[in-house]
Design a protein around this ligand. Sequence first.
Ligand code: URA
Length: 226
Amino acid sequence: MDRSLQLKYLKAMGIDVWLAKHPTEPTAIEVEQVATQDVTEQGKWGELQSEIANCTRCGLCNTRKNTVFGAGNPEADWLLIGEAPGHSEDIQGLPFVGSAGALLTEMLRAVKLTREQVFIANILKCRPPDNRDPKAEEIAACNDYLQRQIAYIRPKIILAIGRIAAQTVLKTDQPLAKLRGKVHNLDATPVIVVYHPAYLLRTLIEKRKAWLDLQLALQTYDKIKR
Ligand code: URA
């Protein structure tokens, strides 16, 4: 509600309102409201973490060692979304910690970011056995978790890592080649599609294109920040 309207109502109800001496200083009521909001927001993140840790929404709960919630800064401007945990991620409960993860860290470094400055999540929070592609029903069961992570983080830019992440985030079945090199949108948030580092490890020849993807991401982010 508009602040002046709120004050008018409170006055009409006979409630004394203490105004700050300096208009930029928040009132005691406002400070309390913000503090309560923060606690509620942090509570939401914690709730989501424990929901995911205990999830039994699909059959992957029977084969996983650990769920992989994601890692990094939950207030980050950059949200990176991968496909699903692999063997090392399943064991450690952390995203992108295997050899693809090491390359992802290097890719971030190329745009002057550290893993601590971004948040890294996956479409699936549990490892599909033998690293097979996620099934449609597994993606559907897990989707609400990712949506809640996006809503909480409110990133300024999203990097969809690899075909499955890109197709899921953008709700399309277009091939990766068609999705790369463009700025897409998820609601009002720009989404850039980048090669999956596991793919880059196999096809070093595409590394130049990966560099172009990252440049597009950086340019897009710089424009938003201006
Ligand atoms: N590949 C992914 O897409 N995500 C991970 O967390 C690890 C490997």
